[in-house]
Design a protein around this ligand. Structure first.
Ligand code: ARG
Ligand code: ZN
Length: 868
């Protein structure tokens, strides 16, 4: 589609480029799935490591696949490989590879088993994509999911080809790791057949933080977290999280670890969070390294969650993997679901659920409501790395939560046991997954499957009626159109409901209503008076709930709901109503909201973390999303000032009581990373942020001086920057933390996030010229460039300066690291929400990116989908 170029730009002429995509890479379709014609029994790999001339020899033992059509050619994937030798059963072959792989014609292949040997040369040091074998801070490391293994050797790089691996390496590096159990220095044997995306190799000058774990059947497992020398003192929390994860998976899922050793390696240059390679998880160092001085409470919580996530993949992902990449949610949705429950067990289920729903709405609802919407199980992709999304991960987890709500805890446990029994060692599909639930519970899941195949967030409208003791809830579902999916069938939606009487007593406890039709009524009999409904308790389905509700009713639920999620949700909805009204019509902050928030804030019987969440106003992007959903065109500047005004109003209302709250929440004594202490710190910082609106940051200054954790130090700095009093503090912070890469990422990010809307582009631009701005490091790039996109009013400043700056950087990063460039481009996915001027500005930037010569397949696909 040709972008609209008619709107003149304010400063620079728009690019006069009309072709939006120069090459159109081939889409891969689920419908085209075919099994690989050969089985791969065993793989022997040898690496002669060298920064620019690594030699990889591979010995692949194949046999014909009885499940495939006989007589087919063998196609092996391979990218950026220099082929030095190729032989079959010892006979040299002369086939020439093309840009994406190597074909061995059927005529050259025997009818029975055969051994294919290759030797290739690769250059880890110049591999800036951080995909395949690359170097980070002097160490060799790998990332193979989804398709990095083809940058290491010629191979059938697809998850349904599972093989046993033996690996050896030749290098001077003192630490030499791969998957499975060690058989000598740099020699590894992995007894569990695995797809190539789970392969890993690490060689470097590393030190280990070690421990052991004894499994439920009494086997002793060696645990090591490998880091760069000097970081070994920052691994204790990750190790503790690992041990708790191993125990939890035994207790809750009956799953035991299956090797003699479990290694984790922290690397500084990593595109994503972490990777579940068999027995050798590789992590972004920010998700491993933590001390009270350098890591925030959020960092601690994320480390715990991601360590668990990757460990849990050992069963949900590795022992049972995906048949093809369309099934990605099979492992990711389930593993996110599992790590969320783990975190809830370790911390607080109520708080964890609220945080997960906040993240779901901020990322997944945003994605689901825009041009990048796709099904939890998509049926087509161009570049699979573009589908590691909030929809696959977080909505994928929600779908499992709904399944569990429908079949009950017992049904879920039975189904999961059957899943592990039936599919262990296999590469499975969503059909296999659903069949297990059908067989274990006798329930027909045909309609439920729509959750996997249809994109878009359902809207529920609820009305109610009360007459002669009979209370009726009528629920209607609308499934909006999504890209490529116009009409939708109704879904099965579990709606958890409770009813309260006017004293706040629960007259009907939580009941799961199953909505299966477009419109359905549910009756409750024998009620003495009209109840107050608490609908979608625990956020029982990932939907947008629309219900006419008065401020009084919301305040009542905030005060009385027995369901902690809905209690918070009532306050949130109330705040959102107020804020949206303020954006549209201006005016004062209503007293009923102020009183309701005050009551919760000072209610000592409530968890401080919960109170902190209630004090937190909806973010600007969230308001823009809701305004758009309600049929308005959001004005980012108006949202920004309304939200600040509302904060100011709240600060004024609580003024007298804030100092005592702040004092009372001090956490003296040694740092405790646990949820209770973290909740107190969160509430204290929320109170300090309000206080800063009254005292110009004086209290935050004191808090920063007395801080004894990064949470307090960074939190106070953020508050000071927010009220325009942070310049000196930021300079001092930088001086203090100059030598700590992870802390400096926070410093970079904070400058951008806290910048005033009309200065953010300039500040961001200046930071990208800072000598410490290492743009090839994804953490640093994200700290600056992704923060630009998360400064809502600044990113959407009417000048379009931020749009241009982001596009410039995406164009610059793309040839170096296409995965991260493509991921960052999603900052533009919300363009349809905004006014015609902003739409034109963003579309022009997308068109400019699309017109860039030699754009990667990753970014080409993303930009093409966003332009529609
Ligand atoms: N499987 C990893 C996880 O646990 C994510 C790896 C994604 N990497 C990528 N390049 N797409 O979530
Ligand atoms: Zn995962």
């Amino acid at each position: 589609m040709v972008p609209d170029l008619t709107t003149p730009s304010r400063e620079r002429p728009l690019p006069v480029q009309t072709s939006s995509v120069q090459t159109s890479p081939q889409a891969i379709l689920l419908a085209d799935y075919q099994p690989f014609p050969f089985l791969l029994d065993h793989v022997a790999l040898h690496f002669k490591l060298h920064p620019t001339q690594t030699r990889v020899t591979a010995r692949l033992s194949f046999a014909p696949n009885p499940a495939a059509k006989p007589g087919q050619d063998m196609r092996l994937d391979g990218e950026n490989l220099i082929l030095h030798a190729l032989s079959l059963d010892g006979r040299t072959l002369a086939h020439t590879p093309d840009a994406t792989g190597l074909t061995i014609p059927a005529a050259d292949l025997p009818d029975g088993p055969f051994v294919l040997e290759t030797e290739v040369e690769i250059s880890p040091e110049t591999n800036t994509s951080l995909d395949g074998l690359y170097m980070s801070g002097g160490m060799y490391c790998t990332q193979c999911e989804a398709q990095g293994f083809r940058k290491i050797t010629y191979y059938p790089d697809r998850p349904d080809v599972m093989a046993r691996f033996d690996v050896t390496m030749d290098t001077d590096m003192p630490v030499q790791l791969s998957n499975g159990n060690p058989t000598g220095l740099g020699a590894w044997h992995d007894p569990w057949p695995k797809p190539a995306y789970l392969f890993a190799l690490v060689a470097g000058d590393l030190v280990a933080h070690s421990d052991t774990f004894t499994t439920m059947s009494g086997r002793k497992v060696a645990l090591n977290i490998y880091v760069r020398p000097g970081d070994e003192g920052k691994c204790a929390y990750a190790m503790d999280s690992l041990i708790r994860s191993m125990k939890w998976d035994e207790e809750v899922y009956g799953r035991e670890y299956d090797l003699d050793i479990f290694n984790i390696v922290a690397v500084d240059d990593f595109n994503m969070g972490a990777m579940e390679n068999k027995g050798l998880n590789i992590f972004n160092s920010k998700l491993v390294l933590a001390t009270p001085e350098t890591a925030t409470d959020d960092d601690y919580a994320r480390i715990e969650a991601v360590i668990a996530h990757e460990y849990f993949h050992n069963w949900t992902g590795n022992r049972i993997t995906c048949r093809d990449w369309f099934q990605l949610c099979l492992k990711e949705g389930l593993t996110v679901y599992r790590d969320q429950k783990f975190s809830g067990d370790m911390r607080s289920h109520a708080v964890k659920r609220i945080e997960d729903v906040l993240a779901l709405r901020a990322r997944q609802f945003r994605e689901d409501g825009g041009p990048l919407a796709h099904a939890v199980r998509p049926d087509s992709y161009v570049e699979i790395n573009n589908f590691y999304t909030a929809t696959i991960y977080e909505k994928g987890a929600e779908v499992i939560g709904m399944l569990r709500a429908l079949v009950g805890d017992e049904g879920y446990a039975k189904a999961l046991n059957l899943y592990f029994d039936r599919h262990d060692g296999q590469a499975a599909t969503i059909e296999d997954w659903l069949k297990v639930f059908e067989d274990a519970t006798g329930r027909d899941l045909t309609q439920f499957k729509h959750w996997y195949t249809q994109a878009g967030t359902p809207h529920l409208t609820v009305t109610d009626d009360f007459k002669d003791g009979l209370y009726t809830l009528t629920i209607e579902q609308k499934n909006p159109a999504a890209p490529g999916q116009a009409s939708k069938d109704p879904k099965v939606i579990p709606v958890a409901v409770g009813l309260l009487n006017s004293d706040g007593a629960e007259v009907v406890p939580t009941t799961v209503l199953e909505l299966t039709q477009e419109r359905q009524s549910f009756a409750f009999e024998g009620l003495a008076s009209r109840p107050v409904p608490s609908i979608l308790r625990g956020f029982s389905a990932p939907v947008i709930l629309e219900r006419e509700s008065s401020a009084e009713e919301r305040a009542f639920l905030l005060a009385h709901d027995t369901d902690p999620f809905n209690k918070w949700e009532a306050g949130r909805a109330l705040a959102k109503d107020v804020l949206m009204r303020k954006v549209i019509a201006g005016g004062d902050t209503p007293a009923d909201w102020l009183t309701a928030v005050e009551t919760v804030t000072f209610d000592e019987t409530l968890d401080p973390a919960f109170r902190a969440l209630t004090l937190r106003l909806p973010g600007e992007d969230d308001i823009a999303q809701s305004l758009h959903a309600a049929g308005h065109v959001p004005d980012p500047a108006a949202i920004h000032s309304a939200r600040r005004a509302m904060q100011g109003g709240l600060a004024g209302h609580l003024a007298k009581r804030l100092p005592a709250l702040i004092d009372g929440l001090q956490t003296p004594g040694p740092f405790d990373p646990g949820a209770v202490a973290a909740g107190r710190r969160a509430l204290r910082l929320a109170a300090l942020a309000l206080m800063a609106r009254l005292d110009g940051g004086a209290s935050a200054q004191v808090a920063m001086q007395n801080a004894n954790s990064m949470t307090e130090e960074l939190g106070a700095l953020a508050i000071l920057l927010d009220v325009g009093q942070g310049d000196d503090a930021a300079a001092a912070f930088r001086l203090k933390w100059q030598g700590d890469r992870l802390v400096m990422d926070k410093w970079f990010g904070l400058q951008v996030v806290s910048a005033a809307p009309d200065r953010v582009a300039q500040i961001t631009d200046a930071l990208t010229k800072d000598p410490d701005f290492d743009w090839k490091n994804p953490n640093r790039f994200r700290a600056v460039i992704a923060s630009l996109a998360s400064n809502h009013a600044g990113f959407h400043h009417a000048s379009g300066d931020s749009y241009r700056l982001l596009a410039d950087w995406l164009i610059k990063l793309d040839p170096v690291n296409p995965q991260t460039a493509a991921r960052m481009s999603t900052a533009f996915e919300t363009w349809p929400r905004y006014d015609a001027d902003r739409q034109a500005l963003i579309r022009a930037e997308l068109a400019r990116i699309a017109a860039t010569p030699n754009l990667s397949r990753n970014l080409t696909e993303m930009v093409g989908r966003m332009l529609g």
